[in-house]
Ligand binder design. Structure first.
Ligand SMILES: Cc1cc2nc3c(=O)[nH]c(=O)nc-3n(C[C@H](O)[C@H](O)[C@H](O)COP(=O)(O)O)c2cc1C
Length: 248
């Protein structure tokens, strides 16, 4: 199999790392993968914060839903949607008309750039033999994250990942199964999928039926939906979008 395709097919999250520093040139290669990624209008609407201070790693491990492996990860990158740099330039120009301020569309575009850059680093890290794990909880507790990272207006943390050499246990850990292509790719227009079809998809993916499947679904809904972290994430995301549009 083509090596790039093999990496993409076999990639899985790694949450335990060998405790050794990552060579500087590998970190540079990983960061350069982000710099070389496509971005809207080639504007690079993001800033990566390379968190090297152990105290800040510890603070993030707490503010991101208490995930201790963040504190000991050799490389911790926070990806911030960033329109500040460009807006500062736009403010110096005489456009002969009032300058508009960044809004929701600009936030979504910057977010898209940011996530594309993040995944470029994840794939590059994989190619160099490093594992990684995204941390969605960076969207939570936006006031705390802003304080830890010193974020100004029009700079919001939308993505985070931690990287390092996987421990032998993590290498052996089985990759969680995925849905079938035909389950999630629709042709030309959206095909409505009702609850029984979705439950069937999950049943096939997890290899579960009957009561075991029901138990799995209830536990999952409690862990990932009706739970504190996802309520906090929604509150924090709404605040970030509001602040972005108000220039805070
Ligand atoms: C946006 C996003 C946020 C995630 N957040 C976390 C997280 O906070 N903690 C964690 O342990 N894993 C996190 N993950 C990893 C997922 O749990 C993982 O990708 C998924 O279970 C599939 O497993 P795999 O990556 O090993 O194939 C996140 C993944 C993504 C894409």
């Amino acid at each position: 199999m083509n090596e790039t395709i093999r990496l993409l097919m076999e990639r899985k999250s790694v949450r335990q790392f060998v405790q050794e520093p990552m060579p500087r040139e590998d970190v540079e290669t990983i960061l350069n993968a982000a710099v070389q990624a496509p971005s809207a209008g080639n504007m690079t609407l993001w800033t990566i914060i390379n968190v090297t201070d152990p105290e800040k790693k510890l603070a993030l491990s707490k503010s991101c839903d208490n995930q201790p492996f963040i504190a000991t990860a050799p490389l911790v990158l926070v990806f911030c949607a960033d329109y500040r740099r460009w807006f500062e330039v736009f403010k110096t120009l005489d456009l002969g008309e009032a300058l508009r301020t960044p809004g929701e569309g600009d936030f979504m575009l910057a977010m898209t750039d940011t996530i594309i850059a993040a995944h470029a680093t994840v794939v590059a890290a994989d190619a160099l033999g490093y594992g990684s794990c995204y941390i969605g909880d960076i969207i939570e507790n936006c006031d705390t994250q802003r304080e830890i990272l010193g974020l100004p207006e029009y700079v919001k943390p939308v993505c985070m990942a931690v990287y390092g050499k996987p421990t032998p246990f993590q290498v052996e850990r089985k990759k969680p199964p995925r849905f079938a292509i035909s389950d999630v790719v629709h042709e030309n227009s959206y095909r409505l999928q009702d609850a029984p079809e979705m439950i069937d998809m999950i049943s096939r993916r997890q290899g579960l039926e009957g009561e075991a499947l029901e138990r799995h679904l209830i536990a999952f809904a409690k862990r990932k939906w009706n739970c504190d972290f996802s309520r906090e994430m929604t509150r924090s995301a709404a605040q970030m979008i509001r602040e972005w549009c108000e220039g805070k």
